[in-house]
Design a protein around this ligand. Structure first.
Ligand code: XMP
Ligand code: MG
Length: 190
């Protein structure tokens, strides 16, 4: 294709390319497969909407190397405005099944303050999961301040607001296949 896609014009800088995401996802899946061996009843829990792309790609990669898994989806909303989260979480869509006694792997897009994840881990533990671990594709520097055990991390990224590969600005740019930073003018145009 001679011309780029509509979104290329809105992106100031690519942080992680499509190829890098694909390779890293494969690497993470191999690590998880090695650790989980022939675990039965492994549950992958994705938090919508941001982690939807990663879930789809990670689950398929894990399918090649790891034990069978079931896919579960939750939707939560953290109270609070704009681009930071407050840690107060409301469940919009709960798990469809009982997770008691199951090994749970939370498939996350990005860990920033860690507040959302910290709430989610407590919630999953309260439902008597046998174990709860996290695979996050991206982690921001703020995350080191909170003591959240993210067992598998794809990329450490700078403390900037990023979009693409599931991550949005005002519900847009989720379909962008790479992760990047928006041009400043995108935020100011009506
Ligand atoms: P906390 O701070 O609770 O936030 O770890 C995690 C959630 O915040 C969102 N988030 C982002 N979304 N670009 C986004 O589009 C970003 O740079 C970004 N940083 C955090 C995301 O929903 C994540 O699950
Ligand atoms: Mg998220």
């Amino acid at each position: 294709m001679a011309e780029g896609s509509w979104y290329d014009a809105d992106i100031a800088r690519v942080i992680i390319s499509e190829d890098e995401i694909r390779e890293k996802t494969d690497e993470l899946a191999k690590q998880v497969a090695a650790d989980y061996g022939d675990t039965e009843g492994l549950l992958l829990v994705c938090v919508l909407k941001g982690a939807a792309m990663f879930m789809a790609d990670f689950a398929r990669a894990l399918g090649r190397y790891g034990p069978p898994a079931e896919l579960e989806f939750m939707a939560v909303s953290s109270y609070g405005e704009g681009t930071t989260s407050s840690g107060v979480v409301r469940i919009l869509k709960d798990l469809d099944r009982d997770i008691a006694g199951h090994k749970v792997l939370v498939v996350e897009d990005i860990v920033d303050s860690g507040l959302t994840l910290s709430w989610l881990l407590k919630y999953l533990e309260s439902r008597s999961a046998a174990s709860v671990e996290v695979v996050a594709l991206f982690r921001k520097p703020e995350a080191v301040k909170v003591n959240i055990p993210v067992r598998y991390v794809g990329f450490e990224i700078p403390n900037e607001f990023v979009v693409g590969y599931g991550l949005d600005y005002a519900e847009r740019y989720r379909e962008v296949p790479y992760v990047g930073v928006l041009k400043p003018e995108v935020y100011t145009r009506g």
